[in-house]
Design a protein around this ligand. Structure first.
Ligand code: PRP
Ligand code: ZN
Length: 298
């Protein structure tokens, strides 16, 4: 019998595509993908990648067409509210917060206009592709404004006279800048999220979901981690331990022929900067070596 295969949906083309593929590669997945193909076959794991519009990912997972999805919190939250508004239960389950796809949903006004805070929005027209999140925000501030729901190109709505301000995704801010708009209020901080189907999976598939999540945790952990090696006087060990950023218990190794000097090896879970190395040297360390950590399994 063939092994059942997991299906993971990712954004076809957009801000999440490259980081999603990069994460999967770091998790050890090798895929073969023909040009413009909708689906890529996982060669070394029973996992296939489906390339779709990001807005479709919550539903694909919720309806169990895909087992897993990598999608922005912005898209997820909008879908959650849209479903709730129709009395539908929300059935996708968020498994992990990911470190990429950081952006925010914000209100932005034309450059030459002042902004008097959320309370000043009463009666204004706000263009967005996120009507449910916007409505939710307005309700929270007890103001009623006119929501102009568009399917894209929100940033040109004020210039076209269709809206007074906009509520849209901001990442680098260059879209706003190019359209003479100014970000005035952040409503949601977003990042990528790994979601799974609510449906119980057969044990073999479930096992692979667990393995993937564990590998993702490992990948996220090692991002900043460094392996550091140095020689130090025994007497300076306390000081050196204190200086090593985010390390647990370092390994102390005696050095042949020099009883008062030892080698110290440690995994630092934060980046090691030049300042740290200089501090260590001052404390008596020598032969300092900092290495990147490729994989880690706790
Ligand atoms: C968003 C948003 C802006 C742009 C902002 O669209 O609507 O157009 O990104 O990014 P910037 O601050 O780096 O210029 P996105 O590409 O996510 O399109 P989508 O909503 O259709 O997925
Ligand atoms: Zn989209």
């Amino acid at each position: 019998m063939d092994e059942p295969r997991l299906r993971l949906a990712i954004q076809k083309s957009g801000r999440l595509t490259d980081p999603s593929l990069d994460l999967l590669a770091r998790c050890g997945l090798k895929i073969s993908r023909g040009k413009d193909q909708l689906m890529a076959y996982g060669e070394n794991m029973p996992l296939d990648v489906l390339f779709v519009r990001d807005d479709d990912i919550p539903d694909l997972v919720q309806e169990d067409v895909c087992d897993l999805g990598l999608v922005g919190l912005n898209v997820l939250e909008e879908r959650r509210l849209a479903l709730a508004a129709r009395g539908h239960p929300v059935r996708f389950e968020a498994l992990r917060t990911l470190e990429f796809g950081r952006c925010r949903l914000s209100l932005a006004v034309p450059d030459d206009q002042a902004f008097g805070g959320p309370a000043s929005l009463g009666g204004r027209r706000i263009a967005t592709t996120y009507p449910y999140l916007l409505e939710n925000f307005l309700r929270g501030h007890d103001v009623s404004a006119e929501i102009v729901t568009l399917s894209g190109a929100v940033e040109i709505a004020p210039r076209l006279g269709r809206a007074d301000l906009i509520f849209d995704l901001v990442s680098t801010g260059s879209t706003l800048q190019a359209n003479h708009l100014r970000e005035v209020h952040t409503v949601l901080e977003s990042h990528a999220v790994l979601i799974r189907t609510p449906v119980a999976l057969p044990p073999l598939k479930d096992e692979w979901v667990e393995r993937l999540v564990m590998r993702i945790d490992g990948v996220q952990q090692v991002r900043e981690s460094k392996y550091i090696m140095l020689h130090a006087p025994r007497a300076a060990l306390d000081e050196i331990r204190r200086l090593l950023p985010g390390s647990e218990s370092p390994t102390i190794i005696p050095l042949e022929g020099t009883p008062e000097r030892v080698a110290v090896h440690a995994v630092c879970r934060e980046n090691v900067f030049w300042e740290t190395l200089e501090g260590l040297k001052k404390a008596g360390a020598s032969a300092l070596l900092v290495l990147p950590v490729e994989k880690m399994l706790a």
